[in-house]
Design a protein around this ligand. Structure first.
Ligand code: HEM
Length: 189
C-alpha cells in the first residue's frame, strides 16, 4: 500500500497502488489492448481451457487435496463445479481488463478465498480450509503456458499471439500478487 495511509476498514489496495504495481510489471496500454483482443478468441473456448486446468489440478494430488473434504479426504464434486463457474468468469474478466475499484476489491476477495480467512465460505463446504502461499505463484506457470495454444487457435499472427500471451502472464502475476495480501504480515504487503 502506497504511502502513510491508515485504513480504518482493514487492509485494502487503491487504484493508485495498483498503477505502481502495473508500472513495476511493465504492464501498459498495449497489454490492456492485447488482453482485450484475447477476449473474442477465448470466450468460446473457456470450457476446453478449464478442462486442461482442471486436469492439471486433478492429476496433482497435492493440489487436488484443497478440493477435498476434511471429513473423508475425498474431492467434493459440487465444490469443483461451482469454483469452475467462477473460474470461467475470471477468464473473461482477465481478458476484459477493466480495472476499477470494484475489480480491485474483488481481487482481494479472491485472495481471501484461497486463504483461511475466506476459503470454503462461498460454497459452504467442509474442504481443507487454507491453500499454502507457496503454491500460488508457481501455478502462474501452468495456467499461462497451457493458455497459449488457445490463443493460437484462431489463426492470429505469431507476434500478436506473443503479445497477448505476454499480457496474460503479466496480468496473472499482478493478480496473484494482489491475492497475496491476506498472506502477508500486517503492514508488509
Ligand atoms: C496462479 C494461481 C491461481 C489462479 C490464477 C487461481 C484462480 C482461481 C480463481 C479465478 C478462483 C475463483 C475465484 C472466485 O471465487 O471468483 C479460484 C478459487 C480457488 N482456487 Fe485458485 N488459483 C490459483 C492458485 C490456486 C492453487 C495453488 C490452488 C490449490 C489447489 C487453488 C485452489 C483453489 C480453490 C480450492 C478455490 C476455491 C476457493 C473457495 O472459494 O473456497 N488455486 N482460483
Amino acid at each position: 500500500m502506497a504511502e502513510h495511509e491508515s485504513r480504518p476498514n482493514g487492509p485494502t489496495v487503491s487504484l493508485a497502488d495498483f498503477e505502481l504495481m502495473k508500472t513495476t510489471a511493465l504492464f501498459g496500454d498495449e497489454d490492456v489492448r492485447s488482453l482485450r483482443a484475447s477476449l473474442p478468441i477465448l470466450k468460446d473456448q473457456t470450457d476446453a481451457i478449464l478442462d486442461v486446468w482442471y486436469d492439471f489440478v486433478g492429476s496433482n494430488s497435492h493440489l487436488l487435496y484443497y478440493f477435498t473434504s476434511v471429513s473423508d479426504r475425498q474431492p467434493i464434486p459440487e465444490y469443483l463445479d461451482r469454483v469452475r463457474e467462477r473460474f470461467e468468469q475470471w477468464i473473461l474478466d482477465t481478458a476484459a481488463a477493466q480495472y476499477d475499484q470494484h475489480w480491485l476489491d474483488y481481487q482481494l476477495e479472491i485472495g481471501r478465498r484461497h486463504h483461511r480467512s475466506g476459503k470454503n465460505r462461498t460454497d459452504r463446504v467442509d474442504a481443507i480450509d487454507h491453500i499454502p502461499y507457496r503454491y500460488l505463484p508457481p501455478l502462474v506457470v501452468p495456467i499461462t503456458t497451457t493458455l497459449r495454444p488457445f490463443l493460437e487457435k484462431k489463426g492470429h499472427a505469431l507476434d500478436e499471439v506473443d503479445k497477448m500471451h505476454a499480457a496474460w502472464v503479466k496480468s496473472v502475476i499482478l493478480q496473484v500478487t494482489l491475492w497475496s495480501l491476506p498472506y502477508c504480515v500486517e503492514g508488509d504487503f
